[in-house]
Design a protein around this ligand. Structure first.
Ligand code: SF4
Ligand code: SF4
Length: 435
């Protein structure tokens, strides 16, 4: 029986690793559809962002209670993985609590720490479920939060509750078995699961063994299933938040990326530089589809947690416009997924007749943006929806001349008068003259 369990476990693990690897490669190849971009700035500053914003969750702490609870889920995720390592090794080797003899007294401390985190995660998830579904926090119910994103968020919270319950059930039944069967490793008292012991105390020993094993299998298969599911879900941020903060822009928020190709064009018109378009230069101004965006923009789309903090701060959204920076990121990811899936089966990929602009994001949305950067400031994982909006707007303005009429006259004024107004450049300081 033990050998059969080992074989089933190894096959399950192998299938999970295969599926996760396949999915990671798919995500990597879709991110690589993006353009190369120069990663400038101090590496230490990037590292600081990684440590403070991703590991330290600094930006989350602007709202203390949810940040505090989220922190428990996050630490629980990181630390409980140590226990998962023991589960995996036990499963492969056919052992039970493999680390216990090596860690002796410390094993009990570690198990109690895991249990504390399991309870904290459980309570935090219940709080978040209530906040979403009973208190109905507005940012979780806005237009782009259609059925799937809402279900995705709820599913993750529900799965975490079930997984934590499985750990506590396994430990409770295991503690009773330790008193009845010498084969069970003595873990010492496990504080939290001890409260569940009365529920199982009257079970026969074989029944307890079945419950303990079921809880063990449920937890580890649940974790493996969760790991696969996460790669399809907004919860991918638990991995991608780290590179995303590392590669986030370091320039001041108001800094807007120049277009080197335009700068060169202007310099050549002024006779300051000869026109030599470097190899690989994009044939398009701005972005119409995902391959016109940078790979960091695409990675950001996969890193978005759909928390809606950006949209909750967006003045355009708050004043009833259709723009939502969260939707910009969700649409970018949806388009990425669509193209990636198509490419994987030899389909049309980017040439499927659709584009990010128009089929996913409308001109009305991008034109509503005030470029205020409130969304960038609000994002807990340093995503920059504004960069994508500006690239799409550049495409509309420069390739389609499709900006609103008022904007076009402003562009014309800038070209002729070097200012948005219809004054001569020589008159621009008239306002300062004494009357
Ligand atoms: S930059 Fe644009 S999208 Fe972002 S908050 Fe401001 S108006 Fe909204
Ligand atoms: S872009 Fe950032 S703030 Fe906006 S929903 Fe995604 S993670 Fe949240």
């Amino acid at each position: 029986m033990a050998v059969l369990q080992q074989i089933v476990f190894i096959i399950t693990l192998g299938v999970a690793v295969f599926l996760i690897r396949k999915r990671i490669l798919r995500i990597r190849s879709t991110i690589q559809l993006g353009k190369q971009t120069e990663i400038s700035g101090d590496k230490m500053a990037r590292l600081q962002n990684l440590i403070l914003v991703a590991f330290g969750q600094r930006k989350m702490f602007k709202k203390f209670i949810p940040a505090f609870l989220h922190f428990f889920i996050y630490v629980g995720f990181l630390v409980i993985n140590l226990e998962v390592l023991e589960f995996v090794l036990d499963g492969v080797a056919g052992t039970h609590r493999l680390f216990a003899p090596y860690l002796s007294e410390f094993y009990n401390v570690l198990m109690n720490l895991f249990e504390f985190l399991a309870v904290a995660v459980l309570l935090a998830c219940i709080f978040f479920l209530l906040r979403r579904n009973v208190l109905k926090l507005a940012r979780f119910w806005s237009a782009e939060m259609t059925q799937w994103p809402r279900l995705d968020a709820n599913l993750i919270l529900f799965i975490e509750i079930v997984l934590m319950t499985a750990i506590l059930t396994m430990n409770a039944t295991d503690q009773i078995l330790q008193t009845r069967d010498a084969h069970y490793v003595n873990t010492g008292t496990l504080f939290f699961s001890a409260y569940l012991i009365p529920l199982f105390q009257n079970f026969s020993t074989p029944a307890l063994m079945v419950v303990e094993r079921l809880a063990w299998w449920f937890h580890i298969v649940g974790i493996l299933g969760f790991a696969i599911y996460v790669t399809y879900s907004k919860h991918l941020h638990i991995f991608l938040a780290f590179p995303n903060t590392y590669f986030a822009k370091l320039e001041p928020k108001g800094h807007i990326n120049n277009m080197p190709v335009v700068t060169r064009e202007v310099k050549s018109m002024l006779g300051l530089e000869s026109v030599t378009t470097p190899a690989g230069e994009p044939g398009r101004f701005g972005a119409k589809d995902i391959n016109d965006l940078s790979w960091t923009n695409l990675m950001a789309a996969y890193s978005c947690t759909e928390c809606g903090r950006c949209t909750a701060e967006c003045p355009a959204n708050l004043t009833g416009k259709t723009l939502s920076p969260r939707k910009i990121m969700m649409d970018t990811r949806d388009r990425l997924e669509e193209v990636g899936k198509s490419l994987a089966v030899g389909g049309a990929g980017l040439n499927d007749g659709k584009t990010l602009l128009n089929d996913y994001i409308t001109k009305e949305e991008i034109n509503a943006c005030t470029s205020c950067n409130a969304c960038v400031e609000a994002c807990p994982v340093m995503i920059n929806p504004l960069e994508i909006i500006l690239e799409l707007r550049r495409y509309v303005a420069m390739e389609e001349s499709g900006s609103p009429a008022q904007w076009n006259s402003m562009f014309q004024n800038i070209e002729t008068s070097f200012a948005p107004w219809k004054f001569s450049a020589a008159d621009r300081f008239n306002w300062a003259k004494e009357q």
